[in-house]
Design a binder for this molecule. Structure first.
Ligand code: ZN
Length: 150
């Protein structure tokens, strides 16, 4: 188990040090901002949506390791997905980090995102991990107001 935990930490650390898709998306046609006052994490999600498909996705912001890694991995996982698939992945990820009953223990379609399973042991970190996802949903639904986890 501790080996697995090390692996999780390595993956998260790698994404924290070298966040993927960390840039402003010039062609973005959807955008939303999120804020987690509990930790001070801020994130902006940019989407290029075309015919219901996430052609491109990027993020910018500043926050703790968990929030940065989560946003980074989210953008990697969602590129090329349909909005329906993105919503489904959001639900799946949310169940994973909150540890809701009914969520599959090994939720296969989450892939690498499963590294965030450990977050449920730290309730304060759940909001860090889910901030980017809540912001993504706001971007998909075109909410104008900034998302807050509080
Ligand atoms: Zn945080």
């Amino acid at each position: 188990m501790s080996d697995l935990r090390d692996l999780y930490q390595q993956v998260i650390l790698d994404h924290t040090k070298r966040p993927r898709n960390f840039r402003k998306l010039e062609k973005a046609n959807h955008k939303a901002e999120g804020y987690n006052p509990l930790c001070g994490d801020k994130v902006t999600i940019y989407l290029e949506l075309e015919d219901g498909i996430l052609r491109d996705i990027s993020f910018q912001g500043s926050g703790c390791a968990i929030s940065t890694a989560s946003a980074s991995m989210m953008t990697e996982s969602l590129k090329g997905k349909t909005t329906t698939e993105a919503q489904a992945l959001f639900e799946c990820f949310h169940d994973l980090v909150t540890g809701k009953p009914g969520s599959g223990r090994d939720a296969p379609d989450l892939g690498k995102l499963a590294v965030f399973t450990g977050v449920r042991e730290f309730p304060v970190r759940v909001k860090c991990a889910s901030l980017a996802w809540h912001t993504l949903r706001a971007a998909l639904e075109d909410h104008q107001e900034a998302v807050s986890t509080e």
